[in-house]
Design a protein around this ligand. Structure first.
Ligand SMILES: *Cc1c(COP(=O)(O)O)cnc(C)c1O
Length: 459
């Protein structure tokens, strides 16, 4: 079962974590109304809530922080960042934002009107939320295989191309201000999108005159999967794969907290110089001046370095093997793992593992909570608590296609023994299904309810 992989770095700074007692965790979860988002970080032993902004920066990045230029306008660090975007992604223009959702918000406020539709292979929750608050309709068009956690296919993150074209015809191009594609497909188990699918998606959008934006959060991981899984790209350097992926798009939004290898940051990059003017005023009002967008100069410096580190093939090889190893550990513990393993996370099909708990009782929340009580491990539900919504046409309540628990892996943070420990806690939960309880929502806001929902266990 063991896959040989070695961290291509050594550890220079360490951070102490504390193992809590079971009683402490039971109390912490009850105080959090059974929502792991409300548990304090210091009450978590291994935190796999998200890979967003939780990574470890390199010595080069920390050194870069000291070189950060804090000039309000035209800081040296901004130009380093702009150069990294131009060299690595290939977009001539970029506007920094404090994180990915701000990039989405800025772009959508400039382009999208109420009642309009935005297609995507699968919207991330904040992307969906940003459109919903504008009164627009986010529509997901994943390939059918993406809802099958068993079938081993190389690119289950792909867009359903026929579905996309059908949607465009039905909705009318005048009602689609832009089209998106998320690489890798975070909400669909972190599955990659193939180069052929990126190209074909772009071709469809452009044939109808629809601007095409990539949600680029994990572009490095997506490029690595293209190299691993598409024989045509076996010998192509990752940097070239990245350039080709973005060459098909008019722009991208990105949370730099993922493959930017930093703890905070985001941006919108694009080709149309007009867009700078359209987005610029909004950016200045909400984020900051055009050359810092809500970030400190030192953050931009670290990001410029991080964008270069994420396309390092030794790093990407380690990253993919490390994540795949956790998938094997969880499979060995008896958990139905979504196959194949994605880039940044392992997803476990809790609906399948605990068929006795109805979807409406959120089996994936039940499993995530049991993992916390058992081992102090924090994961997150990617299921109906996160994605339940009313169908815009029928008003019918739609549940998520799968009830998943996501084990997201912070970049360059945990070692293999951490992963083995997670496997032991997982095995305990599978052996004692009575630990996993159904839940009901006692309070929740209308949009993005999973972050704030309060729940209670159903006995
Ligand atoms: C994280 C993420 C976002 C939002 O970025 P934040 O930095 O968290 O605001 C958008 N899309 C995808 C696919 C993401 O994973």
């Amino acid at each position: 079962m063991t896959i040989p992989f070695i961290e291509p770095f050594r550890i220079k700074v360490v951070e102490k974590v504390r193992m809590t007692t079971r009683e402490e965790r039971v109390a912490a979860l009850r105080a959090a109304h059974y929502n792991l988002f409300a548990v304090r970080g210091e009450d978590v032993f291994i935190d796999l809530l998200t890979d967003s902004g939780t990574g470890a920066m390199s010595d080069e990045q920390w050194a870069g922080m000291m070189h950060g230029d804090e000039s309000y306008a035209g800081a040296k660090s901004y130009y380093h960042f702009e150069q990294a975007i131009q060299n690595i992604l290939g977009f001539p223009y970029v506007l920094p934002t404090h994180q990915g959702r701000a990039a989405e918000g800025m772009l959508f406020k400039s382009l999208v009107k109420a009642g309009q539709t935005v297609p995507n292979n699968r919207h991330f929750d904040t992307t969906m939320g940003n459109l919903q608050v504008l009164g627009a309709n986010p529509v997901d068009i994943p390939v059918a295989e993406s809802a099958d956690s068993e079938v081993e296919l190389p690119f289950k993150g792909n867009m359903d191309l026929e579905g996309l074209e059908a949607l465009i015809k039905k909705t009318g191009v005048e009602n689609i201000p832009l089209g998106m594609l998320t690489i890798t497909n975070n909400s669909a188990a972190g599955q990659p999108v193939s180069m052929d699918n990126i190209r074909a998606t772009a071709e469809i959008y452009h044939r109808y005159g629809i601007p095409f934006f990539i949600d680029a959060c994990r572009f490095g991981e997506n490029a690595w999967f293209i190299k691993l899984r598409d024989p045509k790209y076996k010998n192509t350097p990752v940097r070239e794969i990245v350039r080709e992926m973005f060459s098909y798009a008019d722009g991208c939004t990105m949370s730099a907290k993922k493959d930017g290898m930093v703890n905070i940051g985001g941006f919108i990059a694009f080709r149309d110089p007009e867009l700078k003017g359209q987005i610029g005023a909004n950016l200045i009002v909400h984020e900051g001046f055009l050359t810092y967008g809500g970030l400190a100069g030192r953050d931009l410096e670290a990001l410029a370095i991080g964008l270069n580190e994420v396309v390092d093939e030794d790093y990407l090889n380690y990253r993919e093997s490390h994540t795949r190893y956790l998938g094997e550990v969880l499979s060995a513990a008896g958990m139905p793992v979504y196959k194949p393993t994605g880039g940044h996370a392992v997803y476990v099909d809790a609906g399948k593992a605990f068929p006795g708990i109805p979807k409406r009782q959120f089996p994936a929340v039940g499993l995530a909570n049991a993992l916390y009580i058992t081992g102090g491990i924090r994961t997150v539900e990617i299921g109906s608590l996160m994605f339940e919504h009313a169908d815009p046409e029928t008003g019918e309540l739609m549940l998520a296609p799968l009830e998943l628990v996501r084990f997201a892996i912070p970049r360059r943070v945990y070692t293999r023994s951490h992963l083995d420990y997670i496997g032991e806690a997982a095995a305990e939960c599978m052996k004692r299904p009575e630990l996993v309880k159904g839940l009901r929502v006692t309070w929740a806001p209308k949009v993005l309810r999973h972050f704030m929902a309060q729940l209670e266990e159903i006995e």
